[in-house]
Design a protein around this ligand. Structure first.
Ligand SMILES: *Cc1c(COP(=O)(O)O)cnc(C)c1O
Length: 346
């Protein structure tokens, strides 16, 4: 194997979904599978979630909606979070993000109220206008009214309670409909954040919805990168671009397939590590586009074809994100257009 292998545990995804459903009971729990299920492959992930009992799916764009409808066939709801921008897309439920879209829509839809994110959704003034003239909803079959939390991963953030209260207050002034509030982290904010339908994404794939506390989710992804070459490097020699890494003793350096073009952030090189034959090995030098090097002096059996385990043994996308100054979401969604995906646990 000359490219990396991303292992995706569909059984763990199904168990994570069931765990969130139990956490959120009696409300229902859907699944946000935008961006190709955060890079994990919606064609395999969505059917696994449906088999686990999921009946409500969210994607970001009309094209993602069409593709998901073809994958799932009839039955489950497929909602498009960013709306349809006037396009007719059969079989999907649009999210209406502005009063103008409400006025022009006919049929089933989800109404998105902005309660403090200031990104998408009807701002307060448009909610007022709609409450004053609910006949604008006459041709809309409201499946849900939703809002999106801006800071749910920080339970101490004052925006959480403010958005919860603004949502309840706005819903009370509109025609009755079922509500959808929490994302992954919102499910863990407690009682007041339950609704008829939660919309988790990240936690399904093992990202920690409660940063700063133990991760309640089961890990989902593994990543192994194959060694292409192993070489002896004498003291005083440098490794990689910029000569940024200096051998201070005789070293063995393994060059593996995988770099920033595969979604490994270049900023990871400060603290990056992996596991080879049970031994922790550290990155040596800068991550390049397609390759990176590890100091495998302490793993003397290293051979071309062996794999350095990046995710799976004690390290996950959240750890890489922390070392690279980003979030696990960004790591996952960028990983591996070139990696082979291997699905297990189906
Ligand atoms: C992406 C998204 C979600 C899912 O969020 P996670 O934090 O991944 O659980 C839910 N709702 C909306 C509107 C989103 O854009």
């Amino acid at each position: 194997m000359t490219t990396g292998t991303l292992t995706i545990d569909l059984g763990a995804i199904a168990r994570n979904w069931a765990f969130l459903r139990d956490q959120h009971a009696p409300g229902e729990v859907g699944a946000v599978v935008k961006a190709d299920a955060y890079g994990l492959g919606v064609a395999r992930v969505a059917p696994a979630l449906r088999a686990a009992g999921c009946r409500h799916f969210f994607v970001a764009t009309p094209d993602e909606g069409l593709a998901l409808r073809a994958i799932l066939g009839d039955g489950p709801m497929v909602a498009v979070l960013d709306g349809l921008s006037g396009r007719a897309v059969p079989g999907v439920t649009p999210v209406l993000n502005a009063l103008d879209e409400v006025r022009h829509h006919q049929g089933e839809a989800i109404l998105h109220l902005d309660t403090g994110m200031n990104r998408l959704g009807l701002p307060a003034a448009e909610v007022d206008a709609l409450a004053a003239d609910p006949s604008m909803l006459a041709r809309v079959r409201l499946r849900y009214v939703m809002t999106h939390l801006a800071a749910a991963e920080d339970p101490t953030h004052p925006l959480n309670a403010r958005q919860r209260d603004a949502f309840a207050e706005a819903c009370a002034r509109l025609p009755r409909a079922r509500r959808s509030l929490a994302n992954s982290s919102g499910i863990f904010l407690g009682e007041g954040f339950r609704s008829e339908l939660a919309r988790p994404g990240a936690a399904l794939w093992g990202i920690n919805p409660t940063p700063g506390q133990d991760n309640p989710m089961e890990p989902v992804v593994g990543l192994r990168l194959p060694i292409l070459q192993v070489r002896e490097v004498p003291p005083g020699a440098t490794v990689g671009y910029g000569g940024a890494w200096l051998a201070t003793r005789p070293c063995r350096i393994a060059t593996v397939a995988g770099g920033y073009a595969d979604g490994i952030p270049r900023a990871w090189d400060a603290g990056g590590w992996g596991v080879l034959h049970g031994t922790e090995v550290r990155l040596a030098g800068r991550i390049s586009m397609d390759l990176m090097c590890f100091d495998v002096t302490e793993a003397p059996r290293a051979r071309p074809g062996d794999a350095v385990e990046i995710f799976g043994l004690g390290q996950d996308p959240d750890d890489m994100a922390q070392a690279a100054g980003t979030i696990g979401y960004e790591i996952l969604t960028r990983l591996g257009r070139r990696f082979r995906r291997e699905y297990v646990g189906a």
